[in-house]
Design a protein around this ligand. Structure first.
Ligand SMILES: [Zn+2]
Length: 63
């Protein structure tokens, strides 16, 4: 089970996928939505939209 590198929250597969998409495909350190929003200075709804977008594109990282 992966946890957020920053706040140690247990991560969902989507959060792991989003980290890979936004930071680095080969990343072994992952962040939760809250921390990603903080890192990228954006809000959570935007990240959720991004997940939806990637999933529609058929990206296998998202469920
Ligand atoms: Zn976090």
């Amino acid at each position: 089970m992966s946890e957020c590198k920053n706040c140690k929250k247990t991560l969902t597969p989507n959060e792991i996928g989003l980290t890979k998409k936004l930071i680095n495909r080969g990343s072994t350190e992952f962040y939760c939505m809250d921390c990603l929003a903080d890192i990228f200075k954006c809000d959570k709804p935007l990240l959720e939209k991004k997940i939806e977008q990637f999933r529609k594109q058929g990206c296998v990282l998202f469920v």
